[in-house]
Design a protein around this ligand. Structure first.
Ligand code: AMP
Ligand code: ZN
Length: 468
């Protein structure tokens, strides 16, 4: 399997750190608003990467954080007279609903920055003790030049950065030893959330959060670290510096970055007024259409969002859904049960579509070509299955289409719906688990239901549920 690695700027053969396992960390959103369709791109892309590894039999440990302490969250909280915690909790829940709608699997673990402060203080202290960091008036900085490999991910030259950095120095940062140094810990300002630390009451810088959460949940060396291309510099470059300086070993073997999503050929931004949330899209389309749209391009190509392209995606997805539903109908009506010799031969041909699908995915997750293979298979099914076919043949075709679609995270077959009483039973079990403080089981149940498209809402009147 080939993976494009931003470190080498080449496609490299994927060799896991530990055989049969993939340890993957994806930088998650800052939760101060509903997620926008740009944020949805890495979610869908890397969920598909995860699904393909799972299809190949790897055991994937997938960690993705929520950045729940940040200037934007604090600003929003002040504007609305709420606490930062209330704002972030609200938008984490909203984000999880959008993820469920896009059929993005919950991560193995979704750590929250605010719950990992001790680990951050520990890593910062270690960096200070080893000379990689220093404190000035309560602020702790990373001593960038001491980390010799700095710039290896973004392929930037320190001296170029230095000349750019000088003019970018903001007030209060003139105490830095070097304009390249970046913040690990900063003192609190009035009204901001803060934690005790050996340096001052304050909060962590953004980059240290991911270094610490990745280490805690995946270990010192991981296979894949991923996010949108805007994160290459400085976020991921700084993460590498912190983690490799603190742990003394290579942080991530492969760095994957998705290209940006634009709207009508413009950058999406609040000021241009062309900002679209996933929630807005869900009012017009099933979010499966958004997922299908995202996968219709290679993740490293810029992607343009437009009404026309969404309509085309809706029609494309519909073609697969219709084929699957026809095959299901045939399965219940055809008379012959088992495949004839001729059908066996015809069924062998489906392997070619599976192979071309796999070849596309093995080539740095070329989902655009993988989708084409599914279309070819659908066409083949439409032309070879009919009322004269055997049940075994039509069921076989349907199973292959469903399996490949599932690797892409596309739900093309309605599962037997969970009965309301089953949902109620699971909710009761979750309440019991919570009472017994077995939060792990409670979370498991919530995630199990989410995967089946059931969203739980804890309200004052008790737990309510609805379909995604
Ligand atoms: P943020 O909340 O800004 O930290 O973004 C969360 C994730 O979404 C990061 O991986 C970003 O790189 C990614 N992202 C933000 N905007 C876009 C966009 N327009 N297109 C693709 N990815 C994006
Ligand atoms: Zn990160």
């Amino acid at each position: 399997m080939k993976v494009f690695n931003t470190l080498s700027m080449k496609k490299e053969e994927f060799v896991p750190v530990e055989e049969g396992k993939v340890k993957m960390y994806v930088c998650g959103p800052t939760v101060y608003n509903f997620i926008h369709i740009g944020n949805a791109r890495p979610m869908i892309v890397f969920d598909t990467v995860r699904r393909y590894f799972e299809y190949k039999g790897y055991d994937v440990n997938f960690v993705s954080n929520f950045t729940d302490v940040d200037d934007k969250i604090i600003k929003k909280a002040i504007e609305e007279g709420r606490t930062a915690d209330e704002v972030s909790k609200q938008f984490i829940e909203e984000c999880k609903k959008d993820m469920a709608g896009m059929n993005v699997k919950p991560a193995t673990k979704h750590p929250l920055a605010t719950e990992e402060i001790d680990g951050m203080i520990e890593m910062i202290q270690k960096l200070i003790d080893t000379g990689y960091a220093y404190e000035k008036n309560g602020t702790v900085y990373f001593r960038t030049r001491k980390f010799e490999d700095y710039g290896k991910l973004s392929h930037k030259n320190l001296d170029d950065l230095q000349s750019g950095g000088r003019s970018l120095l903001v007030t209060g940062e003139d105490e830095k030893e070097d304009s390249l140094d970046f913040v690990l810990w900063k003192p609190k300002k009035e009204g901001e959330p803060a934690w005790n630390s050996p340096w001052c009451d304050g909060r962590p810088g953004w980059h240290i959060e991911c270094s610490v959460m990745s280490k805690k949940y995946l270990g010192e060396q991981i296979d894949i670290h991923a996010g949108g291309e805007d994160l290459v510099f400085p976020h991921h470059e700084n993460e590498i510096a912190q983690s490799e300086a603190a742990n003394g070993k290579e942080f991530a073997k492969y760095w994957m970055h998705n290209a940006f999503l634009n709207i009508d050929n413009h950058k999406m931004s609040k000021s241009l007024g062309n900002f679209r949330t996933v929630r807005e899209i869900s009012e017009q389309y099933d979010l499966q259409v958004l997922r299908f749209f995202m996968l219709s391009a290679h993740y490293r190509s810029p992607l343009n969002f437009s009404a026309d392209l969404m309509e085309a995606s809706k029609n494309g997805l519909e073609r697969i859904l219709t084929a699957v539903s026809n095959l299901k109908y045939l399965s219940g009506t055809v008379e012959i049960q088992t495949m004839t010799a001729e059908e066996k031969e015809a069924f062998e041909k489906t392997k070619e579509f599976v192979t071309s699908f796999e070849n596309a995915m093995e080539d740095d997750f070329n989902t655009a070509d993988a989708v084409s293979s599914v279309f070819e298979l659908v066409k083949y099914a439409n032309t070879t299955a009919n009322g004269e076919s055997s049940k075994e043949y039509v069921d076989g075709l349907r199973a292959v289409i469903v399996k490949l679609s599932d690797v892409l995270g596309l739900i093309v077959e309605k599962e037997e719906e969970l009965l309301a009483e089953d949902v109620e039973k699971l909710i009761e079990e979750r309440q019991m688990a919570r009472k017994e403080r077995n939060f792990q089981r409670a979370d498991e149940i919530r995630n199990e239901l989410l995967e089946k498209g059931i969203i739980l809402e804890d309200t004052r009147e008790g737990v309510k549920w609805r379909k995604a």
